[in-house]
Design a protein around this ligand. Sequence first.
Ligand SMILES: NC(=O)c1ccc[n+]([C@@H]2O[C@H](COP(=O)([O-])OP(=O)(O)OC[C@H]3O[C@@H](n4cnc5c(N)ncnc54)[C@H](OP(=O)(O)O)[C@@H]3O)[C@@H](O)[C@H]2O)c1
Length: 330
Amino acid sequence: MITGASAGIGRAAARAFAARGDRIGLLARGRAGLDGAVQDVTAAGGKALPVVTDVADHQQLDFAAAQVEEAFGPIDVWVNVAFTSVFAPFTEISAEEFRRVTEVSYLGFVHGTMAALTRMRERDAGTIVQVGSALGARAIPLQSAYCGAKHAINGFTESVRTELLHEHSKVNITVVQMPALNTPQFSWVLSRLPRHPQPVAPIYQPEVAARAIVYAADHPRRKQRWVGASTVATILGQRLMPAVLDRYLAKTGYASQQTGDRVGPDRPANLWEPLDDEPGDDHGAHGTFDDQALGHSPQLWLTEHARPLSVAAAGAAVAFGGAALSRQIR
Ligand SMILES: NC(=O)c1ccc[n+]([C@@H]2O[C@H](COP(=O)([O-])OP(=O)(O)OC[C@H]3O[C@@H](n4cnc5c(N)ncnc54)[C@H](OP(=O)(O)O)[C@@H]3O)[C@@H](O)[C@H]2O)c1
């Protein structure tokens, strides 16, 4: 099950799971985006059931889960991805807008986790993957509602994880903290910035995130996984010198989140309604930063290969030690 499967990271993740022949429930609001996702999944070798769902509404999510289980059987993996935001100084965001971002980007994850756990705890099996962000550890200017939601997801998930551990459950819950990614969000999220929003470099392609999600779903016992060297640096930097980062981001965070292109105040936004609902409006997985985005993360590669590498290193150490010992004995 993937929420936010019509575009961006959710869409890329749907393709990555489909490449293994998986059957996937695709949840989002936009029909054109969902149709495109179904085509992607089918082309990649999987099967898809799209369900038009607003994650802010718990009942809609629960209904979607029931529909997908009826079609495909028990849900093994639930990936919470759907989100929205407002790019603006806090003082320029209305209370209604802030609440809406929180209901989608935070409570959407809570609702998804509820719908998943209701089913998984009964069977004592299953994995929930929360798509987090480096900004869930280190907040930045112009994204107060989003950063609040991403921080909240970490706290909420940590609490649920301790409860699952307490009851010796075999259900897993894990968070994948992502770096900046080239997705459509920068073109359709509500923005009050004078210039076009952009992710802060280094920017990775959504396929990097998708690979990390599949890896986390297959290796779910870890509490968190960090994707990309920039995520590692951000989280560790925050632990070491949060006040220095406050000043650094106050100085650089406005310019680094905008391109040089001016944008009018009436840019359409996906906060209340989807922008990929009408035929021809499918936005796909990628945003407008293909020319800058990195298709690989050496840090993710190391994560994926940590075990084989450590086994190989241990084997080499044993062989080397054995050879040295036999030379000494001779
Ligand atoms: N892109 C980045 O730089 C970045 C970095 C770190 C973490 N992340 C995380 O990655 C996740 C996805 O981000 P993204 O960049 O891929 O976003 P995106 O391109 O804007 O895609 C967002 C997805 O969420 C869906 N969605 C939005 N509102 C919804 C609602 N009310 N109900 C159901 N679905 C809704 C959208 O589809 P509809 O509009 O059709 O509903 C779309 O499928 C988020 O959790 C974000 O925090 C992204």
